[in-house]
Design a protein. Sequence first.
Length: 109
Amino acid sequence: MQAYNWPGNIRELQNVIERSVILSSADVFAVDDVWLSNESSQVTQRVATPVPSAGEPRTEREIIEAALAASRGRVSGPSGAAAKLQIPPSTLEHKIRALKIRKSQFKFG
């Protein structure tokens, strides 16, 4: 992380750290190098699927709920759950509806 130029502002750093915490299934903090290269210029992004550890299974629902909790229920925008998960907001909205997740439970203060 120290070698990265950080062309964005502090929000870029915050997003990378939050994404790592949300997608990490282990006790070790790890940042995928893909997140640090041309992050803002990527038009099509794919979901990074975490590898579940033996003791802690991570389902799609849990990953989405963690992203919604970190973004206080916000789906779109630079600090929204879709940005944290690197998927289009419309795709995330579809998954939220399909999994019957209530976004309102993650909105707070």
